[in-house]
Design a protein around this ligand. Structure first.
Ligand code: NAD
Length: 495
């Protein structure tokens, strides 16, 4: 049942340290934490663990670098950002290996999707450096010239999750730098290595020291210290809704600016008039890609009753043809769950699905590869109602809940009956229905006859408890800029 029953010999990765002021440094007191490979359950290296004092050093380095970076000519800034993309691609093998060995995602994803998309993100925002402009505003109050300037905020604290470590970091670092801010980046503790490689690439690309600092460490210590630090102007956060709510409360103390990219429980709606084969393919990609550890995963599949049994049968077949495998094997498409605790959480939800009366039609078990690893089979539940726990809570694993519906109104009501609103999909051959339903879904992204598509040029972010603010697209820049209105008196001197 596995793509490759044995594990390929894993390459080695170097230990992680803190990256402050353009150089590696140890954490205060030499504190470190272990970095594990989810596919082998082994410690692969260690990484420095930032204390509040280390966070303070990083913020001070970013503050010191800010004036010169903010003043640098837009063309020079553009050139550096473009080059970061080039450097990321020049080191794609090393970066993808670090990503896969710490996250458990297939090397196919980290090498051919995540790293190239991160490079494209820097190159997209490189183009914006020369295009951040204010406006000249016609006033009705007298002879004034009034114009606006869009100015950087200062030091941005970026805190990201472990599911797309490099890409999520790039979605924040690239627009923040393009807008003229400096950054202190805190990667997730499970996956600190690719953020450090990004910092190395940035230095190779000509980024001045201190403009990007990386402080691996625990969320409750390093993350918390970053949020509390008075020298940080803004927190750009990607993570769980629960941690996001805590950050919002702390950020209120000094009215820090925040953007929140949080959890999801996205609905993927299959109408009976759709191309069924395409919809089933899209439904499977929507939940099994990235092991389902995707904020926008299409974890609730809403299927019109007329084709419900057909779709469930086809999904069972697809799930069974999506075996878990060694993440380093180029043919693997379903890797290891990031940690044992996360795997147990996924298995607990599978238990709840069975306990609440859903029918398990595929998967449902842990399945080690070569006797090791935190792998969970591609899992499909049928007969799910939208009130069941597996339809309400974010599982963050390869578990699909298939829910029947009767008509368009019913589908929209079920889809919107969630505290989350990150993404949604719908499958139909009726172009009018496609637009009509897309407009009524309470979600920041809607895919029609597609799922899990991303492009740096278009914004991504949540409605409702999935957050606010946007990553990517021109909108992301708004989160890293503030507007100043300048008034010039043009009246003639009376004397
Ligand atoms: P998490 O909230 O546990 O951690 C996210 C980050 O916050 C980590 O770097 C962590 O160390 C840090 N953190 C934890 N406690 C903190 C604190 N008190 N103060 C400051 N920082 C703290 O989330 P996770 O388990 O790493 O990631 C999974 C979650 O992320 C899921 O809910 C998923 O939906 C969400 N996510 C959202 C998006 C999006 O774009 N909306 C993208 C990816 C992941």
């Amino acid at each position: 049942m596995s793509a490759d029953a044995t594990q390929t010999a894993a390459p080695t990765v170097k230990p992680g340290r803190l990256w402050i002021g353009g150089a590696y440094v140890d954490a205060e007191g030499g504190r470190t934490f272990d970095v594990l490979n989810p596919a082998t359950e082994e410690v692969i290296t260690t990484c420095a663990s930032a204390s509040p004092a280390d966070v303070d050093k990083a913020v001070k380095a970013a503050q010191a670098a800010f004036p010169a970076w903010a003043k640098m000519s837009p063309l020079d800034r553009q050139r550096i950002l473009w080059n970061i993309g080039e450097r990321l691609m020049a080191r794609v093998d090393e970066i993808a290996t670090a990503e896969t060995m710490t996250n458990g995602k297939p090397i196919f994803e980290s090498k051919f999707i995540d790293t190239p998309d991160a490079a494209k993100c820097f190159q997209y925002y490189a183009g914006w450096c020369t295009k951040i402009t204010g406006q000249t505003i016609p006033l009705s109050t007298g002879p004034f010239l009034n114009y606006t300037r869009r100015e950087p905020l200062g030091v941005v604290g970026a805190i990201v999750a472990w599911n797309f470590p490099l890409l999520l970091a790039s979605w924040k670092v690239a627009p923040a730098l393009a807008a003229g801010n400096t950054v202190v980046l805190k990667p997730a503790e499970f996956t600190p290595l690719s953020a450090l490689l990004l910092a190395e690439c940035a230095k190779e690309a000509g980024l001045p020291d201190g403009v990007l600092n990386v402080i691996p460490g625990k969320g409750s210590i390093a993350g918390q210290a970053l949020v509390e630090h008075p020298g940080v102007a803004k927190i750009a956060f990607t993570g769980s809704t629960e941690v996001g709510k805590g950050i919002l409360r702390t950020a209120a103390n000094d009215v820090k600016k925040v953007t929140m990219e949080l959890g999801g429980k996205s609905a993927n709606i299959v109408f009976a008039d759709c191309d069924v084969e395409a919809a089933v393919r899209g439904a499977a990609t929507g939940i099994f890609y990235g092991k389902g550890e995707i904020c926008a995963a299409g974890s609730r599949l809403l299927v019109e009753r007329a084709i419900y049994d057909t779709v469930v049968a086809k999904l069972k077949e697809r799930a069974e043809k999506t075996p878990v495998g060694d993440p380093m094997h180029p043919k693997t498409r379903l890797g290891a769950i990031v940690r044992e605790g996360q795997m147990n959480r996924v298995l607990d939800y599978i238990g709840k699905g069975k306990g609440e009366g859903a029918t398990l039609v595929a998967g449902g078990e842990r399945q080690p590869v070569g006797g090791k690893g935190w792998f969970v089979q591609a899992t499909v539940f049928a007969g799910v109602t939208n009130q069941m726990t597996i339809a309400r809570e974010e599982i963050f694993g390869p578990v699909l809940a298939v829910i029947p519906f009767d008509n368009e109104e019913d589908a929209i009501a079920i889809a919107n009956d969630s505290v989350y609103g990150l993404a949604a999909g719908l499958w139909t051959r009726d172009i009018k229905r496609g637009h009509r339903v897309a407009h009524r879904l309470e979600a920041g992204t809607v895919w029609v006859n597609a799922y899990n598509r991303y492009d740096t040029a278009t914004p991504f972010g949540g409605y409702k408890e999935s957050g606010f603010g946007r990553d990517m697209g021109p909108e992301a820049l708004d989160g890293y800029l503030q507007t100043k209105s300048v008034w010039i008196d043009l009246s003639e001197d009376k004397a």
